[in-house]
Design a protein around this ligand. Structure first.
Ligand code: F6R
Length: 262
């Protein structure tokens, strides 16, 4: 791994297709090194391009194990709005991942906090996450760790902000139908992943990307906790990177890192 001036590696690509290509290149590299990779999957819109490429891959991911980052409380795996269903349909079924290698949080459990604690145990037994895929909410959340979440938090239930519920309204038909609670890996859980790859696309993410990468580490911007991570890469398209003060620096660094040691 090659480390830049801050702890996060910043990769800027032209558009959404290009960041999806880049993220898939990273996934392929990681699984080539370690076929029994333990992967943590975000849902939301941003990683869908990556999952499309991944699902079409000829490489076998049969030995990899898959966890999800979060799920809406109350939704079963068949619910059209559940992350469970999205991940199964978009990635896990096309890849033919054996069920024994799939560990997805369920929203339709009786006691979500108990399920969250059990999930942490299963995760530990699997040896922890090797590669965590993340998106970022416009309010800075990673997973469903809304602003103000403890930077040391573990998997647990969280109350969603109205901003987050509004962002999901389309998938549910209206904001009223979006669940108020979610189970999410905590920020502490995410920080324990060995490698974190965060994707962000579009102008609507530009301000939060700037705060997350160039602002102070603060629970007010949960994604900023990644500045503490020893191996994190942010893969951004030009629009999402457009508010970075050091955008040209990051680009120069990414294009010239081969010079180190020349
Ligand atoms: C999804 C998740 C969320 C999303 C974030 C961005 O599993 O945990 O943190 O990554 O809300 O969502 P999109 O990609 O739809 O903009």
């Amino acid at each position: 791994m090659w480390v830049v001036g801050t702890l996060m590696e910043i990769v800027i690509r032209t558009d959404y297709g290009a960041i999806s290509d880049e993220a898939f290149r990273i996934v392929e590299g990681e699984v080539a090194r370690r076929p029994a990779l333990v992967v943590g999957l975000a849902t939301g819109r941003t990683p869908l391009g990556l999952y499309e490429r991944w699902a079409a891959s000829k490489r076998s991911f049969k030995r990899a194990r898959f966890f999800n980052l979060d799920e809406f409380v109350g939704l079963g795996p068949e619910h059209a709005g559940s992350f469970h269903r999205t991940l199964r349909e978009r990635l896990l079924a096309p890849l033919r991942v054996p069920p024994r290698n799939v560990f997805l949080l369920r929203g339709d459990v009786k006691d979500p906090d108990k399920a969250a604690a059990a999930y942490e145990k299963v995760l530990r037994a699997a040896g922890g996450i090797d590669l965590q895929i993340l998106g970022v909410g416009r309010n800075g959340h990673i997973g469903f760790n809304e602003p103000g979440s403890s930077l040391g938090s573990r998997t647990r239930t969280k109350t969603l902000t109205d901003e987050t519920r509004a962002a999901h309204a389309e998938a549910f038909g209206s904001m009223d139908r979006v669940p108020r609670f979610a189970i999410t890996m905590g920020i502490g859980t995410i920080l324990e992943a060995r490698y974190v790859v965060l994707l962000a696309s579009g102008e609507e993410k530009a301000q939060v990307v700037r705060r997350m990468i160039e602002g102070p580490v603060t629970a007010e911007v949960p994604g900023s906790a990644l500045q503490l991570h020893p191996r994190a890469t942010a893969v951004l398209d030009e629009a999402a990177a457009s508010a970075l003060a050091r955008r040209d620096y990051w680009k120069w660094v990414a294009e010239n890192k081969w010079r180190v040691g020349q």
